[in-house]
Design a protein around this ligand. Structure first.
Ligand code: GLC
Length: 545
């Protein structure tokens, strides 16, 4: 079951597509060094074809010192040797295309690595032509231009004594921000994009793209005054032609902003990742580490606003998991007794909506969070946060609880392929521990089980391609105040889809709306039809004119 194998994608093809995110470091290792590689991805293309996806969003494989797992690029046109060679990359693009799968690369255009040639040049002197590719302010040691903080902790300013200047970095000090005001810089970035398009890459995920037009003197990071101007130029000059899909990572997006980012005229991006739903289970005014219970009515209200707000006026991306987020089954489902049911229920809730779904590696297996000792974690964000919070006097045990629930390494543990040593991910010791539950939760087992989470995702993908209501239908939320059930209807002129999900581990009564009295059930996560909704039960009913 493949996507549509075309040499060139049609405009808007991504509205019917399902994407799959690969975190290359953790997907499949072939040379035993404990890090996944491009050859590993090639060796798993049959698996992805079987799942039925149309495109792979590949987290960064560019040359990088890996201070932030590749989100610190030191050459935009080179492959990091850890992942393989340019030839491997070309082979991946070609082999994927043969299976109807497009490759979407992950571009980090907000910042580069401090080991990029441009930054090395920039450090040489204030009048070096590359100096202005970055964001500098004059100053004296220990007296940064302002109190802005970096996302991963500490000041957003780092001092360079021999220049008498600070450079600005929203993330690590090894990730200096690029200065988009500089026209030459922008042209260099567009050139790099064309380099990959010429190789057959069919889309790009754009890392923290709403932060490129920063104005640090006004403490503006996201949605700077020139953002839309920059995005339109980027779209015109770099992505120009039809058929290239772009998805921007925009933590700041609300519905009105997303209508502009993903406007149907294609002047900016195809779609954005927005994070409103993802931030609902955190305390008001707190950070992601400050956990709060999820309110189902709030979740429903959020999805409803996005579904209705972008219907005909933009395009949604649909996701619950990625390489920065904890595993959804551990987060909003039940990763114990009802792991399989709740993983399927969450998938039903999301994949019934309008937009382009993104599945994160292992989500299709119902992979879960992991609990490690502090020293076993690799993500610098975790270590910086631990130091900061314990120094502030927080109880180390509470801080560990937050890491177990929210740490990014939850998503980055090696892919669980089989019950062989290291879960079939590698012959050598993996860079991050494998989750011990790999003996029960792994791809080989799930491929052999018709009722597995994998087989359920496969069905969902097929359904999206069978019934136009998935792509086109409008969205009506049912029982908005109900604390246990998430139910909605999608409608077009001649098809209606009812999606019903029980978010609890108890049986709940639910009355099927009259309009669906004679509808057929096209999907369900229990083998038989029941009256009420059993724990984490989910179903889809279709009515056709
Ligand atoms: C994005 C990426 C994340 C990275 C950060 C800085 O949020 O998804 O992994 O650390 O940008 O590039």
């Amino acid at each position: 079951m493949a996507g549509f194998a075309l040499n060139k994608r049609k405009a808007g093809w991504w509205k019917e597509a399902v994407f799959y995110q690969i975190y290359p470091k953790s997907f499949q290792d072939t040379d035993g060094d404990g890090f996944g590689d491009l050859k590993g991805i090639i060796s798993r293309l049959d698996y992805l074809e079987e799942l039925g996806i149309d495109g792979i969003w590949l987290s960064p494989v560019f040359q990088s010192p890996q201070a932030d797992n590749g989100y610190d690029i030191s050459d935009y046109c080179a492959i990091d040797p850890m992942f393989g060679t340019m030839q491997d990359m070309q082979e991946l693009i070609d082999q994927a295309k043969r299976r109807g799968i497009s490759i979407i690369m992950d571009l980090v255009l907000n910042h580069s690595s401090d080991e990029h040639r441009w930054f090395r040049e920039a450090l040489k002197s204030r009048d070096n032509p590359y100096h202005d590719y970055y964001v500098w302010r004059d100053g004296e040691e220990n007296c940064p231009p302002n109190d802005m903080k970096a996302v991963f902790g500490g000041s957003a300013w780092t001092y360079v004594p021999h220049l008498g200047q600070y450079y600005f970095h929203q993330f690590l000090d090894k990730q200096p921000d690029l200065n988009w005001e500089n026209e030459n810089l922008r042209q260099e970035l567009y050139k790099a994009i064309r380099f990959w398009v010429d190789k057959g890459v069919e889309g790009f995920r754009l890392d923290v793209i709403d932060q490129i037009a920063k104005e640090p003197d006004q403490k503006i990071t996201a949605n700077g005054p020139r953002l839309h101007e920059f995005l339109r130029e980027l779209s015109r000059e770099a992505f120009g032609e039809e058929g290239i899909v772009t998805v921007g990572e925009t933590w700041s997006a609300d519905v009105p902003r997303a209508q502009v980012f993903s406007a149907p005229d294609g002047s900016e991006l195809s779609m954005v990742f927005q994070f409103e739903h993802i931030c609902l289970d955190q305390q008001a005014g707190g950070e992601k580490w400050d956990i709060a219970p999820l309110s189902l009515p709030k979740l429903k209200d959020c999805f409803c606003r996005w579904q209705q707000g972008l219907h005909g006026q933009g395009w949604n991306s649909l996701f619950m998991d990625n390489h920065d987020l904890p595993r959804i089954v551990s987060r909003w489902g039940d990763d114990g007794k009802y792991r399989v049911q709740s993983a399927k229920m969450l998938a039903t809730m999301l994949h019934g909506m309008q937009g382009t779904p993104y599945i994160y590696q292992g989500e299709e297996l119902g992979m879960t969070n992991i609990r490690l000792k502090l020293e076993e974690y690799v993500d610098p964000e975790i270590h910086n946060m631990y130091a900061e919070r314990t120094q502030r006097g927080m109880d180390p045990h509470d801080v560990m609880q937050s890491i177990w629930a929210r740490g990014r390494d939850n998503a980055r543990t090696p892919m669980q392929w089989s019950d062989e040593p290291y879960a079939g991910f590698s012959n050598g010791k993996p860079w991050l521990p494998v989750n011990e539950n790999y003996r029960q939760i792994n791809a080989r087992q799930e491929l052999g089980d018709p009722d597995s989470v994998f087989r359920y995702y496969q069905k969902l993908i097929r359904l999206r391609k069978t019934y136009p209501v998935f792509r086109d239908g409008d969205f009506t939320l049912l029982c908005p105040e109900d604390e246990r059930i998430f139910a909605y209807i999608r409608s077009t002129q001649d098809q209606k889809l009812l999606v019903v999900c029980n978010f609890t581990d108890r049986e709940v009564a639910f009355e099927i709306p009259d309009a669906f009295a004679h509808a057929k059930q096209i999907l369900g996560n229990y083998p038989d039809a029941g009256d009420g909704l059993r724990p984490y039960e989910a179903k889809m009913l279709l009515w056709e004119e």
